[in-house]
Design a binder for this molecule. Structure first.
Ligand code: SF4
Ligand code: SF4
Length: 499
């Protein structure tokens, strides 16, 4: 297959080997699990259990609000001990309810009945929705919604481009057959006629496993494509360009060009939901970095706290300096390890001094253009930087600020050590807050207008009724009423005269 290139990007040193040697390890449930009701794109789910309730493994514990979001299920049998507002990683100051569950030693399992792999598309999507499946690559978009509209090409994303993150590599080495069988099923659920399974050339064992799985289960439909390892190729826009040569339009979505992209772990979770009746209750997480004693890839019950996960990986080493959720390029720095793992969290990374990117103080921009050369979104980061620094956020928006995927390539390329990505993230946040304020003001204006119209309409109706009553009481009307009364009396007198 002929492959294409995407603009910019970086060749980064790989660090997958540090965590993949030991294979997948299953983490036992911690003493308490903390399940956020917001583990997906969309609105928070609404808890449907209360403190004191017993729950089975796989039981629904929170329901998607108005269909926008995803249901949440208990990863263990146990007892709900609290519903507690707790902070989410990367959103300081924002707290959302967490269902806190204590596992019971021999609790029940609540699975759905199995469906055949060739069930019809509606049944597959309904099961995937009921199982709470969302994009496990990081976006958290509910998968059933993504599959709802028919697309010609389905891309299964195994291009895990960030250094250190190896959860998809580890999963493919051991479960490629479930991914390929899931890929067939996702094609049926979306109506896609072509399926491309993309794996990076640095993932040799995974490529071998995928090749065997395609031979066994998907030869007629699924094509394994080995793509060069270059960051950020795992971004869906970059991967689509590499595979098809097509660019997703600015401000658009892959579906606009007839493509959907699903992460390999998402596809496997969907396959298990259909064939085994399993809700999404666990995921593979890489725990790695020089600050961890025994890096590895773990099958982790959702709601496990980062501290418990690191303890299972042998604890922190003296080198530990910075804790991150996600990779070094796009991850979120954590202020402490009390946060819980959710559906979209693929990696816990503990960096040492030598790995920290902010070496050296920030200096003025020298207009070298290296950031633009590295930008995979074809933006001009130096111009965005000047606009953002001057507070001209609308101009920055006009220059494509929202097309920035926050990949960090410009930061790494910048010789002046300007924290460009952080600046763009803040600028986007400010614009979104401003948009939300404007939307609220517009909604308030519309409410005021419709109230004013209603009051005017009601006043008009009252006036019309008053006029009608007045008209009914006019001299002519009075005379007519008297005449009617006389006629009625006369009629009854006539009736009384009859023998
Ligand atoms: S962070 Fe944004 S501006 Fe910088 S290289 Fe990535 S996409 Fe381009
Ligand atoms: S790489 Fe840094 S110094 Fe060079 S143009 Fe971009 S922002 Fe300026």
């Amino acid at each position: 297959m002929h492959l294409h290139r995407f603009h910019g990007g970086l060749d980064l040193p790989g660090h997958k080997a540090e965590s993949t040697a030991g294979g997948l390890r299953r983490l036992p449930p911690s003493a308490r699990l903390y399940l956020s009701v917001l583990q997906h794109a969309g609105l928070p789910a609404e808890p449907c259990v209360a403190p004191g309730d017993s729950v089975a493994r796989g039981q629904r514990i929170a329901i998607a609000e108005g269909g926008a979001g995803a249901d949440l299920h208990s990863p263990v049998a146990g007892r709900v001990i609290a519903i507690e507002a707790l902070p989410l990683p990367g959103t300081p100051g924002i707290e959302v309810p967490h269902v806190v569950i204590e596992p019971a030693p021999d609790g029940a399992l609540q699975a759905q009945p199995a469906l055949p792999e060739d069930a019809d598309a509606d049944a597959l999507r309904a099961r995937i929705r009921d199982a709470g499946i969302v994009g496990l690559g990081g976006a958290g978009f509910p998968t059933a919604g993504k599959l709802a509209a028919a697309r010609a090409t389905l891309v299964i994303n195994g291009a895990e481009c960030e250094p250190w993150i190896a959860c998809d590599d580890a999963l493919l080495r051991e479960h490629a057959d479930e991914v390929v069988r899931g890929a067939r099923m996702m094609a049926r659920a979306s109506g896609a006629s072509r399926v491309l399974l993309a794996v990076e050339d640095s993932m040799r064992e995974a490529i071998t496993a995928c090749g065997e799985a395609v031979q066994a289960h998907g030869q007629d439909l699924v094509e394994l494509v080995v793509v060069p390892t270059r960051y950020p190729e795992g971004g869906e826009r970059q991967l689509i360009q590499v595979l098809t040569g097509q660019e997703v339009p600015r401000g658009g979505l892959p579906r606009d060009i007839g493509v959907i992209v699903l992460n390999v772990a998402t596809v496997r979770a969907a396959w298990r939901a259909v064939v085994l009746g399993e809700a999404l209750c666990e995921r593979v997480v890489t725990v790695t970095g020089p600050g961890v004693a025994r890096p590895g890839n773990f099958i982790v019950p959702l709601g496990t706290r980062v501290c418990d996960l690191v303890a299972h990986a042998g604890g922190y080493t003296p080198a530990a300096r910075r804790l991150m959720l996600g990779g070094p390029m796009m991850g979120t720095a954590l202020p402490h390890d009390g946060f819980a793992i959710g559906k979209t969290h693929n990696c816990v990374l503990v960096l040492g001094d030598a790995d920290l990117r902010t070496a050296g103080d920030e200096m003025p921009c020298i207009r070298c253009g290296d950031c633009a050369t590295a930008c995979p979104s074809r933006l001009l980061p130096q111009q965005l930087h000047w606009q953002a620094r001057a507070g001209r956020l609308d101009e920055a928006r006009g220059q494509g600020l929202f097309d920035c995927i926050e990949c960090g390539c410009c930061d790494l390329a910048c010789p002046s050590h300007i924290p460009l990505t952080q600046q763009f993230r803040l600028a986007k946040g400010e614009l979104l807050a401003r948009d939300a304020d404007a939307a609220n003001a517009e909604a308030a204006r519309q409410r005021f207008e419709s109230r004013r119209e209603r009051l005017e309409r009601e006043a008009g109706e009252r006036e019309a009724r008053r006029a009608a009553r007045k008209a009914a009481a006019s001299p002519d009307a009075v005379a007519a009423a008297l005449e009617r009364a006389r006629a009625k009396r006369a009629a009854s007198d006539d009736a009384g005269d009859r023998p």
